[in-house]
Design a protein around this ligand. Sequence first.
Ligand SMILES: Cc1cc2nc3c(=O)[nH]c(=O)nc-3n(C[C@H](O)[C@H](O)[C@H](O)COP(=O)(O)OP(=O)(O)OC[C@H]3O[C@@H](n4cnc5c(N)ncnc54)[C@H](O)[C@@H]3O)c2cc1C
Length: 399
Amino acid sequence: MRLHIDHDVCNLCGRCVEECPYNALEESQGRIRPNEKCNFCGACVETCPADAVWLEPDAAEEERGARGHTGVWVYGEHHDGRLHPVVFELIGKGRELARARRCPLEVVLMGHGIADVAGQLAGLPVSAVRLVDHPALAQYRDGPHSRALARLIAQFRPEVVLAGATARGRSLMPRVAVLCHTGLTADCTALEIDPLTGNLRQTRPAFGGNIMATIITRDRRPQMATVRPRVMSTPRRDGSAAPPIRRWTPADELMADAVEILALEKTAAESVNIAAADVLVAGGRGVGGPEGFELLRRVAGLLGGEVAASRAAVDAGWVPYSRQVGQTGKTVQPDLYLAVGISGSVQHRAGMQSAGTIVAVNTDPEAPIFGIADYGIVGDYREVLPELVRIFEKEAARE
Ligand SMILES: Cc1cc2nc3c(=O)[nH]c(=O)nc-3n(C[C@H](O)[C@H](O)[C@H](O)COP(=O)(O)OP(=O)(O)OC[C@H]3O[C@@H](n4cnc5c(N)ncnc54)[C@H](O)[C@@H]3O)c2cc1C
């Protein structure tokens, strides 16, 4: 990127020098010039009243453009033949980015004998499906999947590649980014195209959710990001057919792997996806032990929801990790989040604060969770929850 100042138009008003957050502009010999501190943030471009300043791609970027990196790709994670819900959320955001870049949006499906999965994309704004089919991709393994995806990227050169910040996305994407010699921003909560530079602005919480960091991959392509599930919205479907399929078969030598899967065993915990639940009844240290969670399970059952937990409850071994909500657990956005015996630390809130309605039950009226709760009940959950059970059962009997 280059900062260009048209000295014939510049009237030396000095606004850009004042507004530059990095002290990167100086006046010398009757001209304003950028110094080495300039990081091309564009503040001067926006502030110049004479339109004398603009950003231009440098030779490396022009070369990159000439190499033809174009298109937004979404990694189509699927399990047991079903696309993961985050894929639909990424399609919604991907469409927006593709529009801004005037390029196609494609979904990459990887596996073996999975062409049918593409049918789930009918009615969605997807230009095409890149179907990567090979027997070695039948079960997910980091090695073959990352090598195949990296090779596909090298061959077809998308500009942006997005995946869900799921267990798989978090494992696959860093490997692909290394193979592609590019950057990856993990766990994004917002994505947009910078109108000045065309770069992808990738925003994610940092320092326990206390600040939002916006990151760009300026000199490498593709720009890669994983996105937290349940943060972006799902696009509406229209009546259009499933997108066309473009098949690609990786070479056998690329698929050789040191890991062989002998058998797969599914545990009960794995089959629960709290991120997809509309109602969550979450318990924390205040629940006091695994037996206390029985009561939460009862409430969740009556509301048609799932049980979730804070890290304190997970670390104590009362609830499996797959149900942990927060910065190092899952991000959830249910219609109703009932927080029981949870103080509401910043790390916990990072995973649930965008829930539709938050109800908190806590003995401490000063607990931070009450700061974000729509409804708060100050009291011992062992008294409050049985009362709720009684009311819900009465309601259920009336229906
Ligand atoms: C890097 C990092 C990442 C982290 N990631 C996460 C994360 O992903 N998720 C997460 O949750 N935490 C995370 N934490 C931990 C976080 O900082 C808190 O320690 C944790 O959230 C506290 O859990 P808690 O609210 O259940 O427990 P506490 O903070 O101990 O709160 C218990 C609450 O229960 C109330 N209580 C007690 N008895 C009762 C009763 N009988 N009835 C009703 N209320 C009662 C108390 O008043 C209190 O408010 C992380 C921390 C770090 C440093």
